[in-house]
Design a protein around this ligand. Sequence first.
Ligand code: FMN
Length: 220
Amino acid sequence: MDTVANRIAVARTRGPASAAEMVDAAREFADLMATRRSIRHFAPDPVPMEAIEEAVRAASTAPSGANLQPWRFVVITDPDRKRRLRDAAEAEERAFYQRRASPEWLDAIAPIGTDWHKPFLEVAPAVIVVFEVHQGPRTPKPYYVKESVGIAVGLLIAALHRAGLATLTHTPSPMRFLNTVCERPPEERPYVVMPVGFPAADAWVPDLERKPLREVLVRR
Ligand SMILES: Cc1cc2nc3c(=O)[nH]c(=O)nc-3n(C[C@H](O)[C@H](O)[C@H](O)COP(=O)(O)O)c2cc1C
């Protein structure tokens, strides 16, 4: 018995035709992605909301376990809600940096130069809070949630970068306060917080090295 109700034929490729064109396209994309950096100092200038919506649309095309698409993207632009987000995040972060963080962790993040202050949560014109959607009154039990949401966030970061917008992948610890700030139900679990905007005029990033291809790619 055929259990697949509907099938849609797919063309072999929707991209470039020749091998050389494929390599060019892949290189062009890798070069673009190589220019992405995590930004922690934002300008208050507004961003086109439609660009953010399109980036979320790109994110929501991600593959997901059993196609359950277990993600929710809350886009905060209201200044009052951003201030509450910052206040709540800084309260958690202060406790984390001053008491809960292990010396090893503090050593690992020292080169990045972060501390408990999170002004970007208020200054950036938009903040996307991504939630995992677990089983709830209206949502089924999902599979491979972290993997699925991680892939969606990867697409989101790439799409925002392609649109010329700066982002940060921010993971306050713990994160449950985000349900209150975003007014989301308990079956939605915060995954990551992403301020979105343009870098401030005096923004800086740590001078980091990316591992060379020969170190990360193994051919067999
Ligand atoms: C899962 C994850 C969590 C992160 N959490 C934070 C964070 O809470 N605060 C922060 O300033 N950067 C955070 N980062 C950003 C990393 O520090 C950054 O990606 C890394 O240093 C490489 O720099 P780049 O993004 O500019 O290439 C996080 C990145 C990832 C992937």
